[in-house]
Design a protein around this ligand. Sequence first.
Ligand SMILES: *[C@@H]1O[C@H](CO)[C@@H](O)[C@H](O)[C@H]1NC(C)=O
Length: 342
Amino acid sequence: MKTSSGLKCLFLFSLLLIASALVAQPGIHMLQSGKPVSFRGLSVVSDKIIWASGSSGTVVRSVDGGANWEWITVPGYEKRDFRDIEAFDADTAVIMGIAEPAVILKTVDGGKNWEKVFEDHAKGVFLDAMAFTPGSGLGIAIGDPLEGTNTPYQVITHDNGSTWKKVSMGKTTLQEGEAFFASSGSNLVMIGNHPIIVSGGRSSRILFADWSPLPIVQGGESTGANSVAVYRARYGIVVGGDFAKDTISTDNCVLFDIGDHAKLTIRKPKSDPHGYRSSVVYLSRKKLLTCGTSGVDLSGDGGDSWTLLSKEGFHVCQKAKKGKAVFLAGGNGKIARLEGTF
Ligand SMILES: *[C@@H]1O[C@H](CO)[C@@H](O)[C@H](O)[C@H]1NC(C)=O
């Protein structure tokens, strides 16, 4: 009797342990930090393959889920800031250097060799972000208007970034003092073959079929939308704020629905993330993660309300394109993984 009830107890206790492990509180697990590199580009191919890019010509890669990282300084580009990266597998990735010259490089051997696939020395050229349509080869990089123009700068690839061509955005114009932020490579996202782009500065708007104003902080050089994400081409979110006042937690997030004929229905959430946020990602329809220099927030209700998860600052967060893993990267060489149940 005694033994069997003891066993029962042990059994129940083990069940409890397993259950509590299954609902482990989400948290940030730091994997790398302490190097003088600011990461703003992040591309998570799968739960195992992660690439990030940043300042001082730096690219890092892990092929074992973040246990080990290979640090690469791209030869000849030691002073460049690679603000965005798109990785296709463990060997293939494209990185974007922002300004004068704007440059895009591609590797097909895991970062050992980099080929220059695009370069523009035009005065005032400034690339902000790249986005690709999965599997199709189509990718777009956007940039701020060149001096003396008011149309966004755009280059397009149809072969996963091996060749690029400048393509005019036609009649699409930006307002005086409106531009794009290059804070996380995510102010551009593809819906099929069409980009959604968000702007900031003196005014902050979203461009799909047409421009729509965003109810987000704007009016100054450090204000506006920084990142846009969509879920199944139906639900969307924009985050941003004022990076010069990064703890203000009002008007730094906007939700939208994508209806028929590319019609966007835009609204404010019930509450905002706890500060300026430069990157946002859907973990599922209802769960979202957002990060910025003043911390990391989680939402469990589609972005309508937010819980501060950490005051650790990050520039960019991404979920595995094929998988469940979620990573963050930021200043001071920081790379982290989201752990627990989310
Ligand atoms: C682009 O890369 C994807 C893998 O992400 C691959 O499936 C596709 O065939 C490639 N397309 C081209 C045109 O290279």
